[in-house]
Design a protein around this ligand. Structure first.
Ligand code: SR1
Ligand code: MG
Length: 531
């Protein structure tokens, strides 16, 4: 038991005496606490994080204060988030310890967590921006996703053990409410926290808020996030929550952990990889390596999903303790294998939708990302953001059009650069889908197999819309770039080019009337959750 009780939050001065009273930590650091060096290293929106160096080693200390870092005391926030982060590390650590930092100490009274300090690791977002190569990244991320999600789901975890954990993590509701508000609600109406590149995106933001189909799609996803307890999620799995070296990958910052839909974690991860892909187009100086970097990023997207699906299927085939799909009911292995595929297809559809929602909120909500914010001038940044938003809108409204991860990456590759063209595409797609049904989309794609190509659908719908730029759109490779050097991984502070002001006028566009959205495919579904 630690007797050291400071009257206030720990800082560079008070951390060493506090840590010296924890034998495992003191031993790892070595020497006397008066010689330990403390440095604040946090670059996120919510917390301060300290690296502590001693003669024998290093540790990382995170103490949750009762407010949000970027807003100060004007935004109170539960410091209990440190407890849920700790519990998520423990629960996920049972299944995939190699992909997490080691927990050295947790103090629930102090809302404080001590973990190993990973070095020479860098934040994945920064490494990807610099164009670093991580040959094991996709494998490691797939391993993390299977370990953390499959093994906390009803496939692997008996209900008698899982239900108490669902109840425990439901206590993290102050944190999940931030996501409920930020991802699914406040960006779709006027809200003081929103900001975007203005005036360039003003019309786009107004159009999004006027798009009833889009809001219905987001509302449906929010219901899934609110009600579905498929597995224990990281809850904020962006590229700033991952530390990497060439050979290692670790996932940290689980303070938004909750039981939720598996596609939420998968989709969030894919969203940030795709944002990274589009952001590479931002800088205006020629960069011969940019195309390679973009190719690698889309390859990671494909390999993460492929590795995840393969790992999921393999885990499903192992002896399992979960109550879902009891083998005793299935003599016919083909029936069970069919269910497995249907289940994975459902996770993929969810992931596509959540991916779209995350991309949008990172551009017009409060919490932006460094790789987009660093792009200058504003016009160049807005062009990248427009492409992100076009893809994201499409993913949200038409998740079932993406049957494979290749469909997803093709959609990113071919995502239009011109606003009018994209709008024509979106309208055309919705019209064809509504009037003629999904099979018409499949025929447009030039195939009637289940693996219709979204890329072909883009092109075919462009043709239907007589959009001239569908043929002349410059390839990503034809544009130029340079590197940028914004420091922080996530960015919330407004810049001069952002706006929080409402902009209700939609230039040159008639507001769209409400149309019924396509019914979710009957071929997808999860374990115990209605899609
Ligand atoms: C106040 S929290 C803002 C955002 O930063 C975190 O990384 C989460 O994504 C959250 O939505
Ligand atoms: Mg975070």
């Amino acid at each position: 038991m630690n007797d050291f009780v400071p009257s206030e939050l720990l800082d560079e001065k008070t951390l060493p005496p506090y840590l010296s009273a924890i034998p495992t930590v003191a031993e790892r650091l070595g020497g006397h606490s008066s010689g330990w060096r403390v440095r604040e290293i946090g670059d996120g929106n919510v917390n301060y994080v300290f690296a502590v160096h001693g003669p024998a080693g290093r540790v990382c200390v995170k103490q949750a204060m009762p407010y949000v870092r970027v807003s100060g005391e004007s935004w109170p926030l539960t410091p209990r988030r440190a407890y849920y982060e700790y519990r998520a590390l423990v629960e996920h650590g049972r299944h995939v310890p190699a992909r997490l930092p080691e927990v050295l100490h947790h103090d629930s009274r102090m809302n404080l967590l001590v973990t190993e300090h990973l070095s020479p690791h860098v934040v994945l977002r920064d490494g990807l921006r610099r164009g670093n190569r991580y040959p094991h990244l996709a494998d490691h991320l797939a391993q993390y996703l299977v370990g953390s999600l499959f093994h906390t789901s009803d496939l692997a975890h008996a209900a008698i053990d899982k239900r108490p954990l669902v109840a425990l993590f439901s206590g993290n509701h102050e944190m999940t409410q931030i996501m409920e508000d930020m991802i699914f609600t406040e960006i779709y109406h006027e809200h003081g926290r929103n900001r975007w590149t203005s005036p360039q995106l003003d019309d786009t933001v107004a159009r999004l808020r006027d798009d009833v189909d889009l809001k219905v799609a987001v509302a449906r996803l929010k219901v899934r996030y609110l009600t579905c307890t498929e597995a224990l999620l990281h809850g904020d799995l962006h590229t700033g929550s991952i530390l990497v070296t060439e050979d290692d990958t670790r996932v940290f910052d689980q303070e938004f952990a909750c039981y939720g839909p598996i596609g939420f974690d998968v989709g969030t991860l894919l969203a940030h990889l795709l944002i990274g892909y589009f952001a590479q187009d931002g800088p205006t100086v020629a960069d011969p390596e940019r195309t390679d970097r973009q190719t690698r990023l889309l390859q990671v997207v494909e390999d993460v999903w492929t590795g995840f699906a393969r790992g999921w299927a393999a885990a499903w085939e192992q002896p399992r303790q979960g109550d879902a799909y009891p083998r005793v009911l299935f003599d016919d292995a083909d029936v069970l294998a069919g269910e497995r595929e249907r289940h994975l297809a459902g996770i993929f559809t969810d992931s596509v939708g959540f991916c779209g929602a995350e991309i949008i909120r990172r551009i017009i909500g409060m919490a932006h990302v460094a790789e987009l914010r660093a792009i200058e001038p504003d016009d160049a940044r807005a062009r990248c953001e427009q492409r992100c938003l076009r893809l994201a809108t499409h993913l949200l409204k038409h998740p079932h059009a993406h049957r494979s991860v290749r469909d997803l990456t093709d959609a990113a590759r071919r995502c239009p650069n011109t606003a009018g063209c994209a709008f024509a595409f979106s309208s055309s797609y919705s019209r064809i889908h509504r009037d003629l049904g999904p099979s018409a989309i499949t025929s447009l794609a030039g195939t009637n197999t289940s693996r219709s190509s979204t890329a072909a659908v883009w092109v075919a719908c462009m043709a239907q819309s007589a959009c001239p730029s569908s043929a002349t759109r410059p390839s990503a490779a034809a544009q130029s770039s340079t590197t940028n050097n914004a420091r922080s991984s996530e960015v919330t502070a407004p810049t001069k080019a952002t706006s929080a002001s409402p902009h209700p006028v939609i230039h040159g566009m008639r507001p769209r009337s409400r149309q019924p959205s396509p019914t979710p495919s009957a071929t997808t579904g999860g374990v115990g959750c209605r899609r």
